[in-house]
Design a protein around this ligand. Sequence first.
Ligand code: HEC
Length: 130
Amino acid sequence: MTEIFSLARCRVYLFRSIMFSLISFSSTYALSKGTLDIETTRVEQGEKLAFDRKSGNCLACHAIGLGTMSGNLAPPLFAMKERFPNPQKLTQQISNSLLSNEDSIMPPFGLHGLLNEDQISKIVDYLYTL
Ligand code: HEC
């Protein structure tokens, strides 16, 4: 009698531990997948904003990543993490290019309200993938 009882208890424990690991595995998976999705979309949105002629239109002057038909009025944007380790510097260049070169032909996107802070920060996230 006791043997049957303990066998049943053992099964319950086994079942519980399997269920517990399944639940914790699936929630960790969902969490990491969720974070990944958010990051992918910020970078994707940044690329779109940079390429789109109606927003950043950065390709008019810069060669960038997989962008096509780019202009060559400005330096190509590559190895951004190495060349712009400080994200604030990179943000400032996009937001107000006149601070680093008062005669710049690059539009001061933030200053002139062409792009808002959130859009510029997404473009910065994208540029750091180059
Ligand atoms: C009308 C042309 C033009 C457009 C459009 C333009 N830029 Fe520029 N950009 C320049 C020029 C020219 C420079 C070189 C520095 C200067 O003269 O200000 C430059 C410099 C930069 C730099 C520094 C590059 C380096 O290697 O030092 C970054 C980063 C940059 N631009 C990002 C952007 C982004 C992002 C966009 C789109 C949101 C953009 N630019 C749109 C003309 C442009």
